[in-house]
Design a protein around this ligand. Structure first.
Ligand code: ASP
Ligand code: MG
Length: 451
């Protein structure tokens, strides 16, 4: 372990020139920061996703492309020496337009991922120039040279062994000479096709690179000053948490705190990298440290919300006293690469929740999957649900946890309750439209009344 810091700046942190300058100052203030991972400027990936669906009219296509060009041009216009990167950005925009116009885009996952990669490829070139103009020696580096992944386009998984060996071969030496700016979110498969790691994947990229480099710290700069007791947009009484354990943060990320990509902590936990989350807009406000062993471990730490949940209920009399039914169900889900979050079962049915984000590039529950399940059991799909999770410590041993939590939802119908698997989590599924008011109430009872 060395004192190397990997800093990741999210889409809003590199949304425009002023935002990029604030990030450059952050890099400047910590000489241990050698590797910088950037997202696409805010709005760009959404436009690319819209283009990648291939269903737009020519006019709509052009409008999306113009929108992307405008975001980049506005930043270039404020650079002291835009000429140094103008040609590169123009070339990237030209390639992007060409791919966006190709006929087979909607049926070609390879091409889609290539298209989705342009946001990060442009923001990284520009950000390296912003650093240079601030007097910091910096170079842009193509992440695809080191971020080797499988070929599950749009959801690619990095291969850590390969990433490590490529990082050692082509990145480590460079880092001793200059700050390196690279792209989050993108990688490449064995055949050098561009892949992407899934929406919000830049955090994960940064964490994988931090692990591969045995970095001591990973700094995630976003637009909020750390992890809060709950989303401050839901209740203004939410407050920042100074330190949180990996276990708690992992539960929070998985249960919807949008601050960290859920997979981010896996490499950090493996490698023991300390993770800091702060706001690039207000770095002086501090943020949250995610650590292996934080000093205090209160029963209630935070309330997380995950919207856009789908509940899949499978019912079959064959389940009664039979063995192997669930194994078959999960084999089908695994074959379709569906990731299940929560599970409850009764004697003859099983209910599962599945994350179904509307901005995703692929439909999670395909007709093929539903047909296969329907051959085994009755299938029911319910949407517009939200998961509310209370995160903390020793929840199984603390008196009154269930009563405290359930007293806040006595007016409502819960679709599912999950507690028992983890000491750090108690969660339930509720109609999405009720989630905000339920969380406000929970926050009062769990956090405001005691203090
Ligand atoms: N630009 C990608 C996205 O918006 C990846 C990221 O920002 O983490 O999903
Ligand atoms: Mg992001």
């Amino acid at each position: 372990m060395n004192s190397l810091v990997v800093a990741k700046f999210g889409g809003t942190s590199v949304a425009n020139y002023q935002a990029m300058q604030r990030c450059a100052n952050i890099v400047n203030q910590n000489t241990s920061t050698r590797l910088v991972v950037v997202s696409a400027s805010a709005g760009v990936t959404n436009a690319l996703v819209a283009l990648s669906k291939g269903a737009l009219s020519e006019q709509e296509q052009q409008a999306q492309l113009d929108g992307i060009r405008e975001i980049q041009s506005n930043i270039l216009a404020e650079l002291a020496s835009p000429k140094k990167v103008l040609k590169q950005i123009d070339d990237l925009l030209a390639q992007l337009s060409e791919i966006a116009m190709s006929d087979n885009l909607d049926t070609n996952p390879l091409l889609k991922d290539e298209l989705l990669s342009f946001g990060e490829r442009m923001s990284s070139v520009i950000f390296a120039q912003v650093l240079n103009e601030l007097g910091i020696k910096a170079e842009c580096f193509d992440a695809r040279e080191v971020m080797k992944t499988d070929n599950r386009f749009s959801q690619a998984q990095p291969d850590l062994v390969q990433v490590k060996s490529h990082v050692e071969a082509s990145l480590v030496k460079k880092l001793s000479e200059t700050v390196i700016v690279t792209q989050g979110f993108i990688g490449s498969d064995d055949e050098s096709n561009t892949t992407t790691l899934g929406r919000g994947g830049s955090d994960f990229s940064a964490a994988i690179l931090a692990e591969a480099l045995a970095a001591s710290e990973l700094h995630i700069w976003t637009d909020v000053s750390g992890i809060f007791t709950t989303d401050p947009r839901i209740t203004s009484n939410a407050r920042a948490i100074p330190e949180i354990s990996f276990d708690e943060a992992a539960e929070m990320a998985i249960f919807g705190a949008k601050i960290l990509h859920p997979a981010t902590l896996i490499p950090a936990i493996r490698s023991g990298t300390r993770v800091f989350v702060g706001s690039s807009r207000e770095p002086e406000k501090g943020g949250t440290w995610v650590l292996k062993s934080p000093e205090n471990r209160p029963a209630y730490r935070a309330i997380a919300l995950r919207r856009e949940q789908t509940l899949l209920t499978l019912k079959s009399p064959n389940m009664l006293l039979a063995s192997g039914f669930l194994a078959n169900v999960f084999a089908v889900l695994a074959r379709h690469k569906v990731s299940v979050d929560l599970i409850t079962t009764s004697e003859i049915s099983v209910a599962l929740t599945i994350d179904n984000p509307s901005n995703s590039n692929t439909k999670v529950l395909s007709q093929g999957l539903l047909d296969e399940l329907a051959e085994m059991c009755q299938v029911r799909v319910e949407d517009k649900l939200a998961l509310v999770a209370v995160i903390g410590n020793r929840l199984q041993e603390t008196h009154g946890v269930s009563a405290n939590i359930l007293s806040c939802v006595e007016q409502h119908n819960l679709r599912m309750i999950c507690h028992g698997a983890s000491q750090h989590n108690f969660c339930f599924l509720i109609e999405e439209s009720l989630a905000g008011s339920v969380i406000t109430r929970l926050h009062k009872v769990l956090f405001e009344q005691q203090s």
